[in-house]
Design a protein around this ligand. Structure first.
Ligand code: DGJ
Length: 327
């Protein structure tokens, strides 16, 4: 059973530390990667609440409810203050894809300085989902600054990055190179605004019935705001804004959370999980997870609050529950 906003313990009875995360489904196993924020929250010299980098956590599960801690698969660097992964830097929103061509797991994340002016994408690779991941370095994708990001693998194996650029004034959407380790020449700028505060961040992409959907948040730091969904026939657009996918009480603040990923539920075509973070800026390590069903109605996604829920909410979809394959 999911209990959005509650403390969620792993199979060792420890609170899960995988914030701003994403999920990789690989050979029947779900891997959840996220920011380990298990440290004290303090105000940075830039006046922003932060936790020093601990590393990127990985958890594994076969049912999406019970998660085993696979450890810190990309740890902070302790002894080189200039290193991108030094504890005093920022590493956010890790996402992992499997690259069949190179048989490697490729992780992308936002790398920054404490004042968010470095604004780069970082890439790390491993030959196992559970790591350890080897850091390749960071760069300015498409030659521009990069903050919140996600990556998405299409059915044809081509992968894309969606990232907040130009101080969040645009979302840049770029095709990755065949090895998923860099960006190629093709990209677009979408959701453009001249006002930095009116930009979009926290992108999450999913595909349904041949259409691409992109859910984003507004830019209000750790504070929750309204999500927005857009749809397009191609990741390169044209994007049409559909509006807020959340409905009911607290829809205007995404149920006091900020999206981070949308997961297609294996065995249930057209059913999705919306993954979000309920940030706690006074104690970031105690930020909670808000996972809710995302259901499609005539091509429009809808997310509603459930105090507790399980996969029986999808019962009318006449499909099997995850983990029940072959039973
Ligand atoms: C909003 C972003 O979505 C988060 O990942 C994080 O960078 C916070 N801002 C920091 O205030």
């Amino acid at each position: 059973m999911f209990a959005p906003g509650s403390i969620w313990n792993d199979t060792d009875d420890q609170p899960i530390q995988a914030h701003g995360g994403g999920i990789l489904y690989d050979q029947g196993v779900y891997y959840w990667f996220g920011e380990n924020k298990n440290g004290p929250t303090f105000l940075s010299p830039a006046g922003l609440e932060r936790v020093d980098i601990v590393g990127i956590s990985c958890y594994s599960s076969s049912d999406l409810v019970h998660w085993r801690n696979e450890g810190i698969v990309l740890p902070a660097v302790v002894d080189q203050p200039e290193h991108d992964l030094h504890a005093g830097k920022v590493v956010e929103r890790p996402k992992v894809l499997y690259n069949a061509r190179t048989r490697t797991y490729v992780m992308w994340f936002h790398v920054d300085t404490y004042d968010y002016t470095y604004a780069r994408a970082g890439v790390a690779i491993s030959d196992r989902a559970t790591g350890p991941y080897h850091y390749l370095g960071s760069f300015a994708p498409c030659g521009t600054d990069c903050r919140d990001l996600t990556i998405f693998q299409d059915d044809d194996g081509i992968a894309y990055i969606v990232f907040a650029s130009e101080w969040n004034r645009n979302l840049t959407i770029a095709q990755l190179t065949d090895d998923y380790r860099s960006t190629g020449p093709a990209f677009i700028k979408a959701f453009s605004t001249p006002h930095r505060s009116k930009g979009r961040e926290a992108p999450a992409v999913f595909k349904n019935n041949g259409y691409y959907y992109l859910i984003t948040s507004g830019c209000t730091g750790w504070a929750a705001n309204a999500a927005e969904c857009a749809v397009a026939p191609s990741l390169f657009g044209p994007w049409q804004v559909l509006g807020n996918p959340c409905t009911g009480q607290q829809a205007e603040c995404t149920f006091d959370s900020q999206g981070t990923f949308v997961l297609p539920v294996s065995g249930y075509e057209g059913e999705f999980l919306f993954l979000a973070d309920r940030w706690n800026p006074s104690n970031l390590s105690d930020s909670r997870y808000v996972w809710l069903p995302l259901r499609m109605h005539a091509g429009i996604p809808s997310i509603t609050w459930h105090k507790t829920w399980d996969f029986s909410v999808f019962r009318d979809s006449q499909k099997r529950f995850p983990g029940s394959e072959g039973k």
